[in-house]
Structures are given as structure tokens and as C-alpha cells.
Design a protein around this ligand. Sequence first.
Ligand code: PAF
Length: 276
Amino acid sequence: MRQIARQARNRGLRLGFVPTMGGLHEGHLSLVRLAKEQADVVIASVFVNPAQFNEESDYERYPRSLMRDADLLIAEGVDYLFAPEPAEMYPEGFDSWVEVERLSRKLEGASRPGHFRGVATVVLKLLQVLQPHFAVFGEKDAQQLAVIRRMARDLMLDTEILSGPTVRDEQDGVALSSRNALLDDPGREAAAAIPRALRAAGEALAGGERAADPLLEACRQVLAAEERLELDYLALVDPESFDPLESVSRPALLVLAARVGDVRLIDNQRLEPPAE
Ligand code: PAF
């Protein structure tokens, strides 16, 4: 893979990279399309990264569908699929980790200790192998995106980090995620409260509310009405640092994580201060 990528670069081609853990859906494919618009050669990876799962059972049952994923990527015109084995990425004796320290301890990182260490490490390894001109990540995983951007800046990586917007189900607004495949019908209905809750905050903002507490409350009320849904965290934060914000006086991110049964879902909504 390293050789293929190097040859493409040496021929002056622009290399775009879309890392995934497979279980591909429209969200991933939209990132591939974004990459195709800007690259001569697009490489996608499928690697269910054991290092970023803090629960063994979550890793075991993570949806895996490599052949279907390959077909979808071919249909989108991806040039190469990199699908390494865990033993290739983490051989015997592997002992080097990347930690984006402060950011990785907040919110998603506090709920899933070690998760962002696993993400940052595998992303750096993939970027090292491919050295693409740019890599594309989904905005649904907002804190992951912030962690990767921070790492790329801090470690002076020569890869531009791009992002693509969250893709939602047209009917119920649920953000597309590989984990949605694990929801049964009642679970799916419960999950639909998440985009409704985010919309409620957006409507409160449009109605003149700017302070964090009432915006969060508008969101919480919608979530509380869905008894199958258990809220993990809900916060209004700065999109880069993930520090809490007291109001939407500058661009802000409303982030949440919730469990529906044993399926954990995350989502977010960008909130912009209304024009004066
Ligand atoms: O977002 C994902 O699918 C994964 O966290 C990533 C970026 C491919 C790293 O394993």
C-alpha cells in the first residue's frame, strides 16, 4: 500500500484518503464523493480498529461487511481499498501510542476512556503509510474530528484534514451510523428523538434564546419524553476545544451521546449566533 501511494505521489497525482471502519452507508459514501471531487487517486480504508473500543463486546459485534463495502467503494470509483488485519497494524510488541491529551479526556473521551488514543494512533499510522494530500472525516463524529485536527496541527502532519457533513435518514432524521444496524424497530423509534431534540434547540435559538441552559433544556425535554433512551451527556461546546460555552455568542456545537438499550449513539448540531 505504501508503495502504491508513493508511486502515485511521485507521478504528481493528488491523493485523497477516506478512513473507515466499514459497515459503509451513505454517510461514508458522501465522504468518498467529496474526496473524488478533489483528488486524482482516492484510497479508502476499512479497518475495525480494536484499539479504539473500550468494550470488547462492542468490538466483537461491530458490523463487518468487507465484500459489500468493497462493492460500494468500487461503484463510487474508489481507486484502492486498504483493509489491513489487526496483526499487521498492531504486531506483537506494539507499544507506541498517540494521545491528544486534554481534548481526549472530555465528553466522549470521559465516557470511553482510551477511545481517542486508539483513534489518534490508528489514524496517524494510516496517514504514515499513505501520506495522502488530504484525508476526509465525517462531522457526525465531531470530537473525533477535533482530535484529529489537533493531532495534525500539533504533530505537523503534511496531510490536510477535511470534513463532510452528517448525512441523515430522510424520514426520521437519525444520523447515519454503522451502529444503527444494531437497533431494532422500537430502538430506531427511540433514536429518532435525538435529531428532534437537536432541532428543538435550533428552534429555541431561532426564537431568540442564546444562553446554554435554556437551549440544553429544550433539547433535554424532547429526550426525556423517550423512555427507552438514556442520555449519557449533552453539552454546548466550542467546536475546537470542546470547552463548555455559556451561550451561542460565537459558533457553537451542541453535542450529545445516548444509549438506546445497549446501542450507544452520538450526534451533534452546529449552532451559529443569529445575525444582528
Ligand atoms: O470514524 C471512524 O470510522 C474511525 O474512528 C476511524 C477514523 C476510521 C479510525 O478508526
